[in-house]
Design a protein around this ligand. Structure first.
Ligand SMILES: Nc1ncnc2c1ncn2[C@@H]1O[C@H](COP(=O)(O)OP(=O)(O)OP(=O)(O)O)[C@@H](O)[C@H]1O
Length: 625
């Protein structure tokens, strides 16, 4: 009968059973701790012997005692033990690895912590051996007229535009691209990545060679596609292309969403009885999102004759994956090339007659030499042109991005209340003109604009530039700034990248930048094309550390501090208080009129039987001052 035990409910208190289980569990835990302690004590003794054997001794001359490094460590461990019991468990014991795992086999289930050995980063050869690009825009030696590799029509346009010498990046990149397209037969041109400072002339580095190569052969195909992250940049690059396409017979189209889709379709495609759909343009400049719309909706739109694919501001485009554009583009190109290469046998004649592959050109002032990021572009035997070359031996974080030599960077430290006073002091007392001021949101840009307007009482010409404004208005603002009709533009980071604002003298970061890339692009709106520029970042005391880290992450040494006399700020305080009162009032008035308008619209929609209009994402919301 002893073999069979039947457990029955005996009416014993359930609580006591739980308590029994808990005690059992506690005992087990205590046992485990004891075992670990023993193990730890053993491990502690072993290295002591080893250390002594290795004669790693240091002599304390004063006390004439011999202290080993290990003894020192034990002392600290003992101290820790006094403070808490966890020390033996938490602190990994220093053991001789060879003794524990003689053959370096991993013992399954072993919970011992082992520090992984640090692996040295090895960059792909093309990244660690970049072509070095000079930043010096003051001593230009490459005269446009003397260059035999460039078409005369282009030279004439360059000279007409006042470009007499090439900038270093142009001097290296333009002939390289042209040469790659002279390669015979099945040889493919090397794809390229260009990382050069802001305002160093990267745009002409791809515009000129593309026109030079394409103008030799005209046809009804899209042969160059330039992708940019935002509408403004796309419009800017289109302007440059159009200028340099004069007298070449090439046509350029902008597809950025600034005009309705059907209008863009009419602009690029034409239906003919004989050839069905034909393309009216050779070069397309587009935003990534709009490109996908055309790939999916535009009848006859084909990229099967594409020779060049340019990605400007490549790092930004990858950060912001608009409509998964790279996937759609890749898919489209693959399908087209499959159709084209159908039935071709692998022989010399077929290989030679095959359409050459797309030449990819990537540009940015902040192109990270990150192999994983660059991998997704599927570059063919790429070459890197960089103003901040890196190699394996140096930390890859150092000297990641460079800024123009003509740019002077400074920072001001103040309290949050002093920020507007400092900006006003720069503008009114120091007479800073052509200033671009960055804030971190369109709301604070608007508040600051209203404040400066009220405070300046018409003496300061202030404008605001943010995503809340439509493109025509933004262009108007930039035009006025160019013609000195506006002294200061308050902007969000929407305008930080790529925009070429002529003769901008000062950049003020009213709110500090969030990362190094934003910082580099913001300050890069001044000090362009060899002109002098000043960039000042206003920091509240607790933002100092973050800003220093941002600078360090790009290998920048400390930048000088700009001191502003407190007495000067105190003198401005009274007028500031009056201005802030008026600002609050006018912003509240704005909010009320907007609310009133939206109520009226809702009522009108209701009476018409239509659903009320939804507020657009970028439409201004009520603000607190
Ligand atoms: N060789 C040259 N000589 C004189 N001016 C030039 C030359 N090349 C370019 N520029 C001018 O320099 C300015 C900056 O050029 P661009 O916009 O191409 O710079 P970028 O390197 O693309 O800058 P970002 O990185 O900010 O986009 C433009 O106004 C352009 O007209």
């Amino acid at each position: 009968m002893d073999l069979f035990v039947i457990n029955r409910y005996t009416g014993i208190n359930e609580d006591s059973e739980i308590i029994n289980q808990e005690t059992l569990h506690l005992q087990k835990l205590k046992q485990k701790i004891e075992e670990r302690k023993k193990k730890y004590d053993f491990n502690k003794k072993t290295p002591e012997i080893i250390t002594l054997k290795e004669q790693d001794l240091s002599v304390n001359l004063e006390s004439n005692k011999i202290i080993t490094d290990e003894n020192k460590n034990n002392k600290t461990l003992e101290n820790k033990n006094e403070e808490g019991d966890l020390a033996p468990v938490d602190i990994p014991a220093k053991t001789n690895k060879a003794d524990k795992h003689p053959n370096e086999f991993k013992v399954l289930g072993n919970t011992d912590f082992e520090k992984k050995t640090k692996i040295d980063r090895v960059l792909p050869y093309w990244l660690s051996h970049a072509y070095s690009v000079s930043k010096d825009l003051q001593t230009l030696t490459c005269s446009v007229e003397k260059q035999i590799w460039l078409d005369d029509t282009l030279k004439a346009t360059l000279l007409k535009e006042g470009v007499t010498h090439f900038f270093p990046v142009q001097e290296q990149v333009i002939p390289f691209i042209i040469k790659e397209h002279k390669l015979p037969g099945p040889f493919r041109p090397h794809d390229i990545c260009v990382s050069a400072p802001t305002g160093s002339g990267k745009t002409l580095s791809f515009v000129l060679p593309i026109i030079h190569v394409l103008m030799k052969q005209l046809g009804h195909f899209v042969r160059a596609l330039v992708v940019l992250p935002v509408q403004e940049l796309a419009a800017q690059v289109t302007k440059v292309f159009k200028k340099y396409c004069t007298n070449t017979g090439l046509k350029v189209a902008l597809l950025s969403g600034s005009t309705p889709l059907h209008k863009e379709q009419q602009q690029i495609m034409r239906y003919t009885e004989t050839s069905e759909w034909i393309c009216e343009t050779d070069i397309i400049v587009c935003t990534a999102g709009r490109l996908v719309e055309h790939l999916q909706n535009t009848e006859g739109f084909s990229l099967k004759h594409l020779k060049f694919l340019v990605i400007d501001e490549a790092d930004r485009i990858m950060d912001n994956i608009q409509n998964d554009w790279l996937y759609h583009l890749d898919k489209h190109i693959k399908i087209e090339s499959e159709i084209l290469n159908k039935n071709s046998h692998l022989n010399w004649q077929n290989i030679s007659s095959q359409k050459s592959s797309i030449h990819k050109l990537l540009f940015s002032a902040t192109l990270s030499p990150d192999p994983e990021m660059l991998e997704q572009w599927g570059l063919y035997q790429p070459k890197l042109f960089s103003a901040a070359p890196i190699n394996d031996s140096t930390d890859y974080m150092i000297k990641k991005y460079t800024t123009p030599d003509e740019l002077q960077e400074q920072f001001v430290v103040c309290t949050a209340e002093e920020k507007p006073l400092i900006l006003y002091h720069f503008l009114c007392n120091q007479k800073w003109d052509k200033t671009l001021c960055f804030t971190n949101s369109s709301q604070s840009a608007h508040r600051l604009k209203v404040l400066l307007d009220t405070w300046g009482k018409g003496n300061l010409k202030v404008a605001e530039l943010s995503a809340a404004l439509d493109r025509t208005n933004r262009e108007q603002v930039l035009k006025k700034f160019k013609h000195t009709e506006i002294d200061i533009i308050i902007s969000t980071d929407a305008l930080a990248r790529g925009i070429d604002i002529p003769a901008c003298n000062y950049v003020v970061s009213y709110d500090p930048p969030r990362n190094i890339k934003t910082y580099v692009h913001r300050i890069g709106r001044t000090g362009r094309a060899g002109r002098k520029g000043n960039a000042v970042t206003i920091l509240v005391h607790n933002q100092m550390q973050m800003f220093k880290e941002i600078l360090l992450s790009s290998g920048k040494n400390e930048i000088p501090e700009l001191k502003v006399d407190k007495d000067i700020l105190n003198q401005l305080f009274e007028s500031y208080e009056n201005a802030i009162r008026d600002t609050k009032k006018s912003i509240n008035d704005e909010i009320h009129s907007k609310v009133k308008k939206s109520i009226e619209l809702k009522r009108a929609a209701k009476s018409n039987g239509k659903p009320p209009r939804k507020r657009k994402q970028n439409e201004t919301k009520p603000m607190n001052v």
